[in-house]
Design a protein around this ligand. Structure first.
Ligand SMILES: [Zn+2]
Length: 322
């Protein structure tokens, strides 16, 4: 997705694109400046995290126009959010004439990282873009974009590689024993699977799953687990939680045992389908608003307490007390 977004941006900037295979010429002045990371009419707006971990060299060259590189380097946890100040800067640069190219292009990526204020500020530009302007919003999670933004964009979906192709590509990066799990955990996105493995997140996930099972079994206090996972990346934890709940739903509805193995004493017969679905909705809610505007620990406590209540057994105890 990232590589494609850059290639698309270059295609729009190029003076004489090859229309037959829809690619930039690579040799015109615009292409050369673009590739050198210094084209004045191309704008890349991204989060600090994406600049550090995005694995695209050009991204750093361009995103520094919208970030304070010195501040970013001081941080142990670079921001994952695209701020309203970045969007305001883009709007002001889009209000002047183009410098060299006939078209100016902005790439906002990952677009799901726009915080609420930034998304609202961007709406005006999407509604009334200046002439000769192209805005590319790239994301692998359209579900996390506000509807107001989505409704003002033309949507193109990129086909994901199939599972076999992904596993084959990952052979160079992930050892056999972790490959399938990494791909499963990344929603079948091979680049994310590789990043996840390289960042050591498989271990975090393993310990989190154990915590979720213990929570279901009433062997651990939700608040203790929430505190323990506070150091992990909140978005990852939410994704793992959502996948955990989906597997419980499938187990309850179709009898298929979850993939995470050791289930302790959890019995699908005591799980409440209604409460599982309500919990899943709640996780989705936090995934949508997690762009810097949520108290992560309180949200996790809320979700874990709800998890403890998904057993009918818990409901009966509650009812008996009433
Ligand atoms: Zn060109």
């Amino acid at each position: 997705m990232r590589e494609f977004a850059f290639a698309l941006a270059q295609f729009f900037i190029c003076e004489s694109p090859d229309q037959s295979n829809r690619s930039a010429c690579q040799v015109c002045q615009n292409c050369r400046l673009f590739i050198a990371g210094s084209h004045p009419d191309f704008h890349a707006v991204t989060s600090e995290f994406e600049t550090v971990h995005g694995r695209i060299a050009l991204l750093t060259a361009y995103s520094d126009r919208y970030q304070d590189a010195k501040e970013r380097e001081k941080k142990s946890r670079p921001s994952r959010v695209i701020s309203v100040d970045q969007v305001r800067k883009l709007i002001s640069r889009f209000s002047t004439h183009t410098h060299i190219a006939s078209t100016r292009v902005a790439l906002i990526m990952p677009a799901d990282r726009l915080n609420t204020n930034a998304a609202n500020a961007l709406l005006k530009l999407l509604e009334e873009p200046p002439d000769q302007s192209i805005l590319i919003l790239a994301t692998s999670e359209t579900v996390r974009l506000p509807k107001t933004i989505l409704s003002r964009c033309v949507l193109f979906s990129l086909a994901a590689p199939n599972r076999q192709q992904s596993l084959h590509w990952l052979e160079d990066f992930i050892p056999d024993e972790f490959r399938i799990t990494a791909l499963d955990l990344s929603n079948n996105e091979p680049l994310n699977a590789r990043a996840m493995y390289e960042a050591g997140q498989l271990e975090d996930r393993q310990s989190y799953l154990k915590g979720l099972i213990s929570t279901l079994e009433n062997k651990i206090y939700p608040l203790d687990l929430a505190q323990k996972v506070a150091k992990m990346e909140f978005d990852n934890v939410l994704l793992w939680f959502a996948q955990f709940v989906i597997e419980l739903v499938v187990w309850k509805a179709a009898g298929q045992r979850p993939s995470w193995g050791n289930l302790g004493s959890v019995d699908p017969a005591v799980l409440s389908m209604d409460r599982l679905c309500a919990l899943y909705d709640r996780i989705t809610h936090y995934r949508k608003i997690s762009r810097g505007s949520v108290n992560e620990q309180l949200a996790m406590e809320d979700l874990l307490i709800s998890l403890q209540k998904v057993t009918e057994r818990h409901g009966m105890v509650q009812n008996a007390k009433q």
